[in-house]
Design a protein around this ligand. Structure first.
Ligand SMILES: Nc1ncnc2c1ncn2[C@@H]1O[C@H](COP(=O)(O)OP(=O)(O)OP(=O)(O)O)[C@@H](O)[C@H]1O
Ligand SMILES: [Mg+2]
Length: 477
């Protein structure tokens, strides 16, 4: 029975450590040999020691006036039993060797490593006496979703909020009371989030910075300033940062759509300007060609033929420009996917044959009817097949499959076994003019995306190192 009760009060060391973290005043654990085993962040803050420096030291390092921990415990226990009204006061030492007075309470507990003593230092943060602004400062470093770091005059980090620890990817006990240069050792100076120069009065507001810890990249807005005493002398500095990663990616999306809109406008203007003179050039060339034929001038006739072909190429490029910039002008029709593929497969196969590429078309059963624009949809599938064929070079296979997704959706998958799309260009391939080909315009996919989006569909791509698959998702009836 006795054993059972004892077991109830026996704590594991990790549980005690956890408990210390939740306590808002300074507290430390001393083992039966009088060595400091653990101290919470507040304890490190008020004593000014680093975690490494403190742990394993005899407790006299901080509380010098007692010979053994057992003596300290029994002294305070006696005082408490004498029904003293005032709490027990002892002296403790900070890093500068200053003797300071504080109220304490000591309790003894059983742990897996034997008896341990918890020393609570009460008035070091006396909650009831906190002014509102002190409370605010305390909240800033504990609960608020803001990274806060406070430096002393020597550029040691003396306080840090939970959010700042999370963003830095560091544990507070590993960095509290350490010099900033030590904390950011190994990181080039311009990338350090906190620099000792802050103490020279360099302040900034809303500075955009990025920070990458071992797990994640953050976009931050950083404020920093010095802390002054009553005489206006610098006594420290603070840095506050807000995580704006989500906002930043939203801004990037807006920037992208702004850029696309601008490109669209330029494209529309330029396309018209190009098309008009082209029409007259084409007309005159056709007249020339006619006269060359009549006069039997064969060489000149072939030249005009080449010129006309080139003009047609420019024309089709300009049509793509216009398509990109045009506001929604899609013709909504019922499109039979069966017929559509019947019509485009000979073109795809012809192109594939030229490059020695096989085409596996697994669209055997009856495909449903979708709502869209037949000609534009043809252009989408042709463009994507063409990209796949171009990616594979001189051998490979292009596979076209389909599957149904929920909510009346059909997904057409166009898969190639080319080199795949590297991750770093993945979010650019749908941008107008983005191309990795010497003779590409970079308009193919941006036109496809616009067409599919205009009819309420989706276009996705997956590429994992080997081959790429474009998925076109459409609503069917
Ligand atoms: N199946 C694919 N495999 C590998 N990379 C691809 C594939 N499809 C597209 N890409 C990449 O995306 C880029 C953009 O494609 P997009 O069709 O928009 O332009 P393009 O093919 O380069 O030029 P254009 O279509 O005018 O001939 C390509 O240059 C290529 O780098
Ligand atoms: Mg293309």
């Amino acid at each position: 029975m006795e054993k059972m009760i004892q077991k109830q009060y026996c704590f594991t060391f990790s549980r005690l450590k956890q408990y210390l973290k939740q306590i808002r005043h300074a507290i430390c654990i001393i083992n039966k040999d009088g060595r400091i085993m653990e101290g919470n962040d507040v304890f490190l803050q008020v004593t000014g020691f680093t975690y490494k420096k403190l742990i394993g030291q005899p407790f006299q390092f901080v509380i010098p006036t007692y010979r053994t921990i057992q003596q300290l415990y029994s002294d305070l226990y006696d005082q408490a039993n004498n029904n003293q009204d005032t709490p027990d006061e002892i002296f403790y030492l900070d890093t500068m060797g200053h003797r300071r007075k504080t109220n304490v309470m000591v309790s003894q507990h059983d742990s897996e490593t034997g008896p341990v003593f918890l020393i609570h230092f009460f008035d070091l943060i006396k909650d009831s006496a906190l002014s509102l602004s002190q409370r605010m400062a305390q909240q800033l470093t504990s609960q608020i979703n803001l990274g806060v770091v406070v430096l002393d005059l020597q550029a040691n980090l003396v306080d840090i909020s939970d959010k700042a620890c999370e963003i830095l990817g560091m544990e507070s006990q590993d960095i509290l009371n350490h010099h900033v240069n030590e904390i950011f050792d190994g990181i080039s100076e311009e990338h350090r989030l906190i620099q000792p120069e802050l103490l020279e009065g360099i302040k900034f507001q809303n500075r955009a910075m990025s920070w990458t810890n071992s797990k994640q990249r953050y976009d931050l807005l950083v404020d920093s300033n010095t802390l002054l005493n009553e005489q206006g002398k610098i006594v420290g500095a603070y840095v506050m940062f807000k995580d704006v990663t989500n906002m930043r990616s939203f801004e990037q999306k807006i920037e992208r759509s702004d850029r696309l809109a601008m490109i669209g406008q330029i494209a529309a203007g330029t396309a018209h300007e190009i098309r008009n003179p082209l029409t007259s050039i084409k007309g005159f060339l056709q007249m020339f060609q006619q006269s060359f034929i009549e006069k039997g001038m064969e060489r000149e006739r072939t030249y005009t033929e080449i010129m006309l072909t080139e003009i047609n190429r420019i024309n089709s490029l300009v049509s793509e420009f216009l398509l990109l910039s045009k506001p929604r002008e899609t013709q909504y029709q019922l499109v039979e996917l069966d017929t559509l593929f019947e019509e485009i497969m000979p073109i795809v196969k012809g192109e594939a044959l030229l490059h020695g590429i096989d085409v596996n078309q697994q669209l055997t059963t009856h495909l449903p009817i979708v709502v869209g624009d037949t000609e534009l949809l043809k252009q989408v599938f042709l463009n994507i097949c063409k990209n796949g064929i171009e990616a594979m070079g001189d051998e490979g296979a292009l596979t076209i499959t389909y599957n149904y997704e929920g909510n009346n959706k059909i997904c057409i998958n166009i898969q190639d076994n080319g080199p795949g799309i590297p991750g770093y260009i993945m979010d650019k391939i749908f941008d107008p003019f983005f191309t990795t080909k010497d003779d590409g315009t970079g308009l193919g996919l941006s036109v496809c995306q616009k067409i599919i989006h205009d009819i309420g569909g989706q276009i996705r791509v997956s590429s994992k190192g080997y081959g790429s698959t474009f998925h076109i998702i459409l609503s069917h009836i």
